[in-house]
Design a protein around this ligand. Structure first.
Ligand code: NAD
Length: 356
C-alpha cells in the first residue's frame, strides 16, 4: 500500500508529521513517499504541482495531503498559485466524490455555535459531487480583466449542467455509504426551480430503487440549509451537487466547533483518494506548534477505511482521538477552561499513546 505524502505549506508540515506518527504506530505495511506541493513546490521547482509530485500521486493508492497556500503567493499568476495544486490533483486523479463528515464529539459540544443539545452526538456525512455542476459548465475559462470586471459586457453567466453518468455514480456512492451507516440518504436539490436538479432528483430516485434497504428523501437546498441549523441530527448521509455541497458542508463544519477537527476525502472510481483536513494552511499560526492535528489524523483514518481497506485500523485511530478528547487534551482552537492545553506535537503523541 503506497501513500503519497504531500505536506504542503504553513501548518501542513506540522500536522502531517503528527498523522504520519500515528500511521507508523499502527505497524501496517505502508510505503510512505513524501513530495513537495503548493508554495513549497513553487519555491523549489517553479510550479505548485510539479510533474514528479503528480506522477507520485497517480502511482499511489492514496494521497495524504496537508494544506497549501500563503498570502505571499497572492500576486502570482493564477496557474502558479499554491491552491492550483489541489485542482490539478482532483482533475488528474478524477476525484469526483467528496466526503465531508461533520461529527460533533460529545467532549466538544460547548465549542459549537449551536446549543449543546442540538449537536451532541451529531454525525453527518455530506457527499458532494466534485467535478460537475455550475463550477464546470460554460463559460469555464472565460478571462476576467485584471480589475475584476468583464470588459465591454453588461452581463455574466455560468451554466449549470450534470450528465446522467455523473449523477448515477455519485448516487451509488451515497447509497453504498448509507448502507454502512444508518441507511438513510437525503438528496439535496433545487428541483422546484432548476431543470438540472429535477434531472438530478429523478436519477437519484432511479438509482435508489437498487438500494431498497436505504431510505431516500429529497430536500430543497434552502430547506436543507435551514434544517442543518435547526435540527442537524435529522440528517445522516446527505448527497448533493458541487455548489450546494460546497456551501452546506462548510455550514455543517461549523456545527462541530472547530475546523481543526474536520477530515475530508475525495475519491475516484477506483477508490483512489486524496485525504486532507478541511482547513487551509493557516499562515497566521504556522510554525508556532499550536495547530490542531486531529483533522489530519482523522483524514488518515478515512484513508485507511476508504482506499486501503483497513477499517479496523481506521476505527482504532478514531477511538484514540475520542480518548484524548476525553482525557481533556485540547489544542488552543478547542480549548475551554478546565481542560488541558497542549501543542500540536503533544496532541499527536497523545493519540499514539491512546492507540496502544
Ligand atoms: P485556514 O483554514 O487556513 O484558516 C482559517 C482560520 O482557522 C485561521 O484563523 C487559522 O488559524 C484557523 N485554523 C485552520 N486550521 C487550523 C488548525 N488545524 N488548528 C487550529 N486552527 C486552525 O483558511 P484561510 O486563512 O482562509 O486560508 C489560509 C491559506 O490556506 C490561504 O492561502 C488559502 O488559499 C489556503 N487554503 C488552502 C486549502 C487547502 O489546502 N485545501 C483550503 C482552504 C484554504
Amino acid at each position: 500500500m503506497k501513500i503519497a505524502v504531500l505536506p504542503g505549506d504553513g501548518i501542513g508540515t506540522e500536522i502531517v508529521t503528527e498523522a504520519l506518527k500515528v500511521l507508523k504506530a499502527l505497524d501496517l505495511n505502508l510505503t510512505l513517499e513524501t513530495a513537495l506541493v503548493g508554495g513549497a513546490a513553487f519555491e523549489a521547482h517553479g510550479h505548485p504541482l510539479p510533474e514528479s509530485t503528480l506522477q507520485l500521486a497517480m502511482a499511489s493508492d492514496a494521497v495524504l495531503f496537508g494544506a497549501v497556500g500563503d498570502w505571499k503567493y497572492d500576486t502570482l499568476d493564477r496557474p502558479l498559485r499554491p491552491e492550483q495544486a489541489i485542482l490539478g490533483l482532483r482533475k488528474n486523479l478524477g476525484l469526483f466524490a467528496n466526503f465531508r463528515p461533520a461529527i460533533c464529539y460529545k467532549q466538544l459540544t460547548d465549542a459549537s455555535s449551536l446549543k449543546p443539545e442540538l449537536v451532541a452526538g451529531l454525525d453527518i456525512l455530506i457527499i458532494r459531487e466534485l467535478t460537475g455542476d455550475i463550477y464546470f459548465g460554460q463559460p469555464r475559462g472565460r478571462r476576467i480583466a485584471t480589475d475584476g470586471h468583464f470588459p465591454g459586457s453588461e452581463e455574466a453567466f455560468d451554466t449549470m449542467r450534470y450528465s446522467r453518468p455523473e449523477i448515477e455514480r455519485i448516487a451509488h456512492i451515497a447509497f453504498q455509504a448509507a448502507q454502512k451507516r444508518s441507511k438513510r440518504v437525503t438528496s439535496v436539490d433545487k428541483a422546484n426551480v432548476l431543470e438540472t436538479f429535477q434531472f438530478w432528483k429523478d436519477i437519484v430516485s432511479e438509482v435508489g430503487k437498487q438500494y431498497p434497504d436505504v431510505a431516500l428523501d429529497h430536500m430543497y437546498v434552502d430547506n436543507a440549509a435551514m434544517q442543518l441549523v435547526k435540527a442537524p441530527k435529522k440528517f445522516d448521509v446527505v448527497v448533493t451537487g458541487n455548489m450546494f455541497g460546497d456551501i452546506l458542508s462548510d455550514a455543517a463544519a461549523m456545527l462541530t466547533g472547530s475546523i481543526g477537527m474536520l477530515p475530508s476525502a475525495s475519491l475516484n472510481a477506483k477508490n483512489q483518494g486524496l485525504y486532507e483536513p478541511s482547513h487551509g494552511s493557516a499562515p497566521d499560526i504556522a510554525g508556532q506548534g499550536v495547530a490542531n492535528p486531529l483533522a489530519t489524523i482523522l483524514s488518515a483514518a478515512m484513508m485507511l477505511r476508504f482506499s486501503l481497506n483497513q477499517p479496523e485500523a481506521a476505527s482504532r485511530i478514531e477511538a484514540a482521538v475520542d480518548t484524548v478528547l476525553s482525557q481533556g487534551l485540547r489544542t488552543p482552537d478547542i480549548y475551554s477552561p478546565g481542560t488541558n492545553k497542549v501543542s500540536t506535537r503533544e496532541m499527536g503523541d497523545a493519540v499514539v499513546k491512546a492507540l496502544k
